[in-house]
Ligand binder design. Structure first.
Ligand code: GRF
Length: 201
């Protein structure tokens, strides 16, 4: 697989930073070809600039439809010859225009053990549900929200007195550890998709 990554962010970009650090420290053999945000003020863009990486801002407000927006995203990623797209806190729903342009080549990281607690505020959902264990999932993206084949998961305990913020803080270091590992696994190839399962080599 082409080892050029396109990372999509909407906010602070700590997972982007974890990917950049893993590459910098030789733990991940890849290049971040471009970082794209839908928000001009996203701190993730600063992190990219500090690392000398090309950035682009595509505001959804400039496009008439979700499909038009996704076409622009695809063009920007193709223009940088991206082989694997990594969503890292990218707060946009993707249409089939985007998903079909990168089949089995879009990853997302989600702060729960999917299929539990998809969507927004996963840590709050976990605390309010009273689960004893939550965690993090890296999965392929398909047209359904937070539902594609699971590449890697890690568990994190939930304490009885946890706030959503406290749980998020405990999950985050696991995200940073897991995402580069999942990207490596996917880039190294030899895996297959069987139904909804990711089957490693
Ligand atoms: C992370 O919790 C990630 O799992 C979720 O959004 C958050 C992004 O954080 N999808 P950051 O921007 O990578 O710091």
């Amino acid at each position: 697989m082409n080892r050029r990554l396109g990372v999509l962010v909407s906010g602070r970009g700590s997972n982007l930073q974890a990917i950049l650090d893993a590459i910098g420290e030789g733990r991940l053999d890849a290049t971040v070809a471009v970082v794209i945000s839908n928000k001009a003020g996203a701190y993730g863009l600063e992190r990219a600039r500090a690392a000398g990486i090309a950035t682009a801002v595509l505001s959804h407000r400039d496009y008439a439809s979700r499909e038009d927006y996704d076409r622009a995203l695809v063009a920007a990623l193709r223009g940088r010859d991206v082989g694997l797209v990594c969503l890292a806190g990218f707060m946009r729903l993707l249409t089939p225009v985007f998903v079909d342009a990168f089949p089995n080549a879009i990853l997302n990281i989600h702060p729960s053990l999917l299929p539990a607690f998809p969507g927004l505020d996963a840590q709050r959902q976990a605390v309010e549900h009273g689960v004893r264990v939550s965690g993090v999932t890296v999965h392929f993206v398909n047209a359904e929200l937070d539902a594609g084949p699971i590449v890697l998961q890690a568990t994190v305990p939930v304490q009885p007195d946890d706030t959503p913020e406290a749980l998020a803080e405990r999950i985050l270091p696991e995200e940073h550890r897991l995402y580069p590992d999942a990207i490596r696994l996917v880039l190294d190839g030899g895996w297959r998709i069987d139904g909804r399962r990711f089957v490693p080599r």
